[in-house]
Ligand binder design. Structure first.
Ligand SMILES: Cc1cc2nc3c(=O)[nH]c(=O)nc-3n(C[C@H](O)[C@H](O)[C@H](O)COP(=O)(O)O)c2cc1C
Length: 200
C-alpha cells in the first residue's frame, strides 16, 4: 500500500474522518414545552471513569445542546437500518426551526431519567451529564450512563452473540457523507490472538 498525505486543493492538510466508520445515535431531549425533540449525532464514543461512560461532541448552536444544558440529561438511541430515513430527517432539520413531531412515532419516557426514548431503537442510553468541556466552537459532554434500555431479545442467552447482533442491524456512516449497513461477519473474539504473536 502506498500512503499519501491527505490534502485540500490549496495544499493544506485536509481534516476529515473520510473512510473511518462511526455509529450514529439520535439524541432525545424534552423541549421547554414538554414536547420531545431528536437530533442525529455521530461524534459519540465511550470513556472510562470507574465505570463505562459516554462522551460526545456537539458542534455549534443546536436545540439539542440547549436542552442538554437546561436539563442535564438526554437519551442516545442507536440508529438501525429501518430507522435511517427518520434519523436522517431528524439530522437535516434544525429543532430551532422545525417542530420535529412525527405522528405515530413511538416515544417512551426513560426508565431512570426524564428523557424521551425511541421504542424502535434496540439500544438506548439514558445519559446524565457529568462534565462538560466547552471548546471554541463546540462542546464535549462526558456522561454517566443512568440506564440502558435494550431489545429484550438481545438478552436471550440461548441465542449466540453473533445471532443477536444480526437482530440489531446498526447503521454506520463515514466522513464521506454516506450511510452503510453492516453485514454481520463474525471475525473473532476479543483476545483470541493473545497467545499468537504475529509472524509477518
Ligand atoms: C449524519 C449526521 C450526523 C451528525 N452528527 C452530528 C454530531 O456528531 N455533532 C453535531 O453537533 N451535529 C451533528 N449533526 C447535525 C445535527 O443532527 C443537526 O444540526 C440537527 O439539526 C440537530 O438537531 P436539533 O437542532 O434538533 O438539535 C449530524 C447530522 C447528520 C445528518
Amino acid at each position: 500500500m502506498k500512503k499519501i498525505p491527505l490534502k485540500n486543493t490549496d495544499g493544506t492538510p485536509e481534516k476529515t474522518n473520510g473512510f473511518c466508520p462511526q455509529t450514529p445515535f439520535l439524541y432525545g431531549t424534552y423541549k421547554e414545552d414538554g414536547r420531545p425533540n431528536f437530533g442525529l449525532f455521530n461524534w459519540f464514543s465511550y470513556c472510562w471513569d470507574g465505570e463505562l461512560h459516554v462522551m460526545c461532541c456537539i458542534g455549534g448552536a443546536k436545540l439539542t445542546k440547549d436542552r442538554i444544558h437546561a436539563t442535564g440529561v438526554f437519551s442516545a438511541n442507536l440508529v438501525t437500518e429501518q430507522m435511517l430515513p427518520l434519523a436522517d430527517w431528524f439530522g437535516s432539520n434544525p429543532g430551532y426551526e422545525t417542530d420535529k413531531r412525527i405522528d405515530g412515532l413511538s416515544i417512551e419516557r426513560g426508565a431512570a431519567l426524564n428523557v424521551p426514548t425511541l421504542a424502535d431503537s434496540p439500544y438506548t442510553y439514558e445519559l446524565e451529564v457529568k462534565q462538560n468541556i466547552p471548546l471554541d466552537e463546540g462542546e464535549i459532554f462526558i456522561c454517566r450512563i443512568a440506564n440502558i434500555l435494550i431489545d429484550e431479545r438481545l438478552t436471550d442467552e440461548t441465542a449466540s452473540v453473533d445471532e443477536r447482533f444480526k437482530l440489531v442491524s446498526p447503521v454506520l456512516l463515514t466522513g464521506t457523507e454516506r450511510y452503510y449497513g453492516v453485514t454481520p461477519n463474525a471475525l473473532g473474539k476479543w483476545n483470541q490472538w493473545k497467545n499468537t504473536k504475529p509472524a509477518l
